[in-house]
Design a protein around this ligand. Structure first.
Ligand code: LMR
Length: 334
């Protein structure tokens, strides 16, 4: 009887050891937007395929909607290793010294997602991702969202209508430059705080993609949304370098492939998602969506162009010229 108990005890001990040896690697992936945005959906898709393909050896825990960290905190947390994976907007890399990412914020330089991809997937994009190594971060991919448009409680049609408006921006000096160029007063604020700031009148307006505008319910607190489409809004998917390098090689390879597939998925749904969000905003009847004529659009381009020059010291003239070459953008023809 005693022998039987001993065998049972030994067996349960070895089961416990096996269970702890099989503990999955947990990857905490934090982001600030809603689950039904392109980024939210792509993160969920990445989780699904990464967990399936690693056969339970990896578990991805997603924390959406600024639930775990806000804009600035999440980047600090990544560097400290208390979160492993993020996909912040490229407009948020400046404060940690990666100012070149703001080339994506150059107003009106990208006319289409294809032009963005030429830059993001080419030599410039690779150079940007590599530049993060020295900050303890590995850059893995770029994900699309959409194009930013202006919203406010005052009707905005011409660039002059921006004068004096308090506009929420993310922590980008480039965005600060173009907002000031338009005569507005930019105010840096975390994404998760924007709705309340609009509701209480701390800001008059902001700029965002239709998807972010709709999923944060900004239509409840903004009377006008103007289709300026003045700058691209996208993300860099990044991981803590030490954590990533420490993963077993075959796991890392599987995750890299899963991320390539999640990137393709994200970039396939982004445009449609933003179009649908704009239609949903219109349907609420709460925010008036304003379309611009080609002439009006031209006046926005002209008004915002001087910001390119102001962004030179952050991004670098060579890099801006490389973007112009890839996209075919010619400032002299405006
Ligand atoms: C913002 O802060 O305005 C957005 O870039 C948030 C996001 O991640 O799309």
């Amino acid at each position: 009887m005693k022998l039987k108990m001993l065998v049972v005890a030994l067996l349960s001990l070895s089961f416990a050891a096996a269970a702890s040896a099989a503990q999955p690697i947990v990857i905490k992936f934090s982001h600030v937007v809603a689950v039904d945005t392109p980024k939210g959906q792509a993160a969920a898709y990445f989780k699904k395929i990464a967990e399936e393909r690693t056969k339970g050896r990896v578990k991805i825990d997603i924390y959406p909607n600024s639930q775990l960290f806000k804009d600035k905190e999440e980047l600090e947390a990544l560097q400290l290793g208390s979160v492993h994976m993020l996909a912040p907007a490229t407009s948020k890399f400046g404060p940690m010294g990666a100012k070149q990412f703001e080339l994506f914020e150059l107003p009106y330089v990208f006319d289409s997602y294809d032009e963005v991809h030429k830059v993001a997937e080419g030599a410039v994009g690779k150079q940007l991702l590599r530049s993060l190594d020295s900050k303890g971060i590995t850059g893995l991919a770029f994900w699309d969202n959409g194009f930013r448009c202006m919203s406010a409680n005052k009707k905005i049609v011409t660039p002059n209508d921006m004068r004096g408006l308090k506009m929420r921006i993310s922590s980008s000096k480039g965005i600060d430059a173009y907002m000031r160029q338009l005569g507005s007063v930019p105010q840096v604020m975390s994404f998760g705080e924007v709705y309340q700031a609009m509701q209480t009148g701390v800001v008059d307006g902001a700029e965002n993609s239709p998807s972010n505008f709709y999923t944060q319910k900004m239509h409840e607190v903004q009377k006008y949304y103007t289709n300026t489409n003045h700058s691209y809004s996208g993300y860099a998917v990044i991981v803590n370098k030490k954590f990533w390098d420490g993963l077993p090689k075959e796991i890392r390879g599987t995750l890299e492939q899963a991320l390539r597939d999640a990137t393709a998925y994200n970039n396939k749904i982004a445009a449609k998602d933003n179009d649908e969000s704009l239609a949903k905003v219109k349907k609420t009847g709460k925010t008036q969506v304003i379309d611009l004529t080609p002439e009006q659009k031209k006046s926005w381009k002209k008004a915002m162009l001087p910001a390119h020059k102001k962004m030179e010291d952050k991004i670098g003239k060579d890099l801006i010229n490389a973007v112009y070459r890839e996209t075919g953008f010619n400032p002299t023809t405006l």
